[in-house]
Ligand binder design. Structure first.
Ligand code: ADP
Ligand code: TRP
Length: 320
């Protein structure tokens, strides 16, 4: 199975990005043909400072490799290194109904708030469809928020195939069961838009400080509490072993504990969990040529795959 997914380099990755998305890519790379890319063309719809974008792309590559994406197994590349995708995007645009895009939430939410929405944001789902269809992808692991875009991709592929013949493979969204919706420091969904994130590779002292500031309720210490409804516990269980989870669960049910103690346990568990990735990231930072080589090799392989599909599509619609 060809598994493909992209992640936008619009900021430093946080715990939510890892447990909600990146970890799934990495778990799938052993059994499948994984294609994973850094969606810099999509990021350009929000990041308009060249140096900032370049920095985020570099950080994204380092983070993904440090977290365990293995270039021997999966293909890692930067979206804009594959011009065939933009060419395919145009071919898809020529037959894409306006109404289909008007219903898409990224554009609709912005427009409904009266904010300026650019054409790039409007056509964003078509570029995403081109990303997917260019590699004959079978499965697309994504978070819930992206499912609508996969539906748009399937609609476009279906109508293209109906008109020009069976050129596209029909992809499927793969919402990974159990992929955590990770809460942020305020208990809402962790997101860089809410300033409630916990960094994967920030300064460890700063991370500890932020963990100590995670919001908690004001019930008396002696009260027994249900761990399953507490966001601090939800965070702890991401990093802890089954045994540690059982121990902390029992502490909650018994009562008589302070949240400060749980926060300390969380900080310790996160530090231990992330330590090997932190070391790998440092090694990679010191070896930019190796990172460049991985991305170049990934791009070469991806271009070959996308080139074949593009030719097939061009022929089908009378361009060759
Ligand atoms: P952000 O909300 O910080 O801007 P993105 O929208 O760029 O993050 O998300 C990138 C990927 O990480 C998406 O696949 C998304 O589903 C996943 N993701 C982001 N935040 C969370 C979260 N709090 N819990 C689970 N998954 C998340
Ligand atoms: N839009 C996706 C996100 O914001 C990123 C993305 C771009 C993507 N192209 C894709 C994901 C193709 C899956 C497949 O998370």
């Amino acid at each position: 199975m060809r598994v493909l997914s992209g992640i936008q380099p619009t900021g430093r990755f946080h715990w939510g990005n890892y447990f909600g998305a990146i970890k799934q890519y990495i778990d799938l790379q052993d059994a499948h043909d994984g294609y994973y890319f850094i969606a810099d063309l999509h990021a350009l719809t929000t990041i308009r400072e060249p140096d900032v974008l370049r920095g985020y792309v570099r950080d994204a590559a380092l983070d993904l490799l440090a977290l365990g994406l293995n270039p021997e197994r999966a293909t890692l590349f930067v979206q804009s290194d594959i011009p065939e995708v933009s060419q395919l995007c145009w071919l898809l645009m020529t037959g894409a109904p306006l109404g289909l895009l008007e219903r898409c939430h990224a554009y609709k939410d912005k427009a409904s708030k009266g904010l300026r929405a650019d054409v790039g944001l409007f056509t964003y789902p078509i570029l995403m469809a081109a990303d997917i269809l260019a590699y004959d992808s079978n499965w697309v692991p994504v978070g819930e928020d992206q499912v609508q875009h996969i539906e748009v991709c399937r609609d476009l592929a279906r109508s293209f195939n109906a008109h020009f013949g069976e050129v596209f493979i029909m992809p499927e969204a793969k919402i990974v069961p159990g992929a955590a919706k990770v809460p942020g420091t305020d208990g809402e969904k962790m997101s860089k838009s809410y300033d409630n994130t916990l960094a994967l590779f920030g300064d460890p002292k700063e991370l500890r400080k932020r963990i100590m500031r995670i919001s908690t309720d004001s019930r008396p210490m002696e009260d027994a509490k249900d761990p399953e409804t507490d966001h601090l516990f939800q965070l702890y269980r991401l990093f802890a072993s089954e045994e540690q989870i059982g121990e902390v669960r029992a502490i909650y049910w018994k009562g008589g504990f302070g949240y400060g103690d749980i926060k300390k346990r969380l900080a310790d568990a996160a530090e231990i969990y992330l330590e090997p990735a932190r070391k790998r990231r440092l090694d990679l930072e010191n070896n930019p040529a190796r990172v460049q080589e991985i991305l170049s090799q990934g791009a070469a392989k991806a271009r070959e795959a996308a080139g074949n599909v593009l030719q097939r599509v061009q022929k089908a619609c009378g361009l060759r």
